[in-house]
Design a protein around this ligand. Structure first.
Ligand SMILES: Nc1ncnc2c1ncn2[C@@H]1O[C@H](COP(=O)(O)OP(=O)(O)O)[C@@H](O)[C@H]1O
Ligand SMILES: [Mg+2]
Length: 263
């Protein structure tokens, strides 16, 4: 059972000849193994920067990142990352793309193939193992990317707008798949999205970031995703008056934020 801890994290990007640009200001948050935390905020509010810090790609200017009390000094297999346009290896099959991560861990070829097939099945691609990447739709490619991320058996899955490039219907199916992956993998999830409804449906917690600088405006708990996992239809969850009220509340929080900037 792991916890990823951001402790008073601030980030300043240097700008040539000018004072640095404060992008994130004093962010303290914890991500536990049972959490599905979604982050929403305007474009430029530092969402990607925050994920890059959690992943260990970028070091915070101030503050600390730790995993179970150990300082995070860089990327690690415990934190798998999925981006919007994740590059798969086009010359490898879907199975080989997933198995590649296992090869780096020194796992035998037969076991790699078996585990890759299990992961592809978990993302609804049980029969696509032999397919070439160019034969797969956008949604299928993104599922291969998620299976590949899961291959390292990460404790945390960090995703930056993973569904942003998909059409609306595929996106809804993928949201359901992500909830399923969250439940089955036992990994804590941090997911960035600019879709308020998506954040609310998926997030056991929704964190709203302000812009310039990025600060936590709200951190709210919801059970809509868990209701879906317990068997309620996604449409029923999303049309529940509680869901709609929460969605409008989140929208207001983000709009207020924009008005402050305009004022
Ligand atoms: N590598 C970088 N160097 C300098 N400024 C950056 C860099 N990456 C992002 N920024 C700036 O930091 C701010 C936050 O960017 P980002 O984290 O990408 O926000 P978001 O993902 O919420 O759109 C933006 O103003 C962006 O221009
Ligand atoms: Mg971004």
């Amino acid at each position: 059972m792991s916890t990823l801890h951001l402790d008073h994290v601030s980030l300043v990007y240097d700008q040539r000849g000018q004072a640095g640009h404060l992008v994130l200001d004093g962010i303290s948050r914890e991500l536990g193994p049972d959490d599905f935390v979604t982050i929403v905020g305007r474009s430029g509010s530092g969402k990607t920067s925050l994920l890059n810090i959690a992943a260990g790609f970028v070091a915070p200017t101030r503050g600390r990142v730790s995993l179970d009390g150990q300082p995070v000094k860089g990327p690690g297999a415990d934190r798998a990352v999925v981006f919007q346009d994740d590059a798969l290896f086009p010359w490898l099959s879907a199975r080989e793309n997933v198995a590649f991560a296992l090869k780096l861990q020194g796992i035998s070829k037969a076991e790699r193939a078996a585990r890759a097939d299990g992961l592809l099945e978990a993302v609804g691609l049980a029969r696509a193992g032999n397919k070439a990447i160019w034969q797969l739709s956008g949604g299928m490619r993104q599922r291969v990317g998620i299976a590949r991320a899961l291959a390292a058996d990460p404790r945390f899955l960090l995703m930056d707008e993973p569904l942003g490039a998909l059409d609306a219907m595929t996106r809804e199916r993928m949201q359901e798949l992500l909830l399923d992956v969250w439940r089955k993998s036992g990994a804590g999830v941090l997911l960035i999205t600019h879709g308020i409804e998506e954040a609310l449906f998926l997030g056991s917690r929704v964190v709203v970031l302000s812009a310039n600088p990025g600060r936590v405006v709200a951190d709210l708990s919801f059970d809509f995703g868990r209701r879906f996992l317990a068997g309620e239809a996604a449409r029923s969850v999303k049309s529940d008056p509680q869901f709609i009220a929460a969605r409008e509340h989140l929208r207001d929080l983000i709009d207020e934020e924009q008005q402050d900037i305009a004022a």
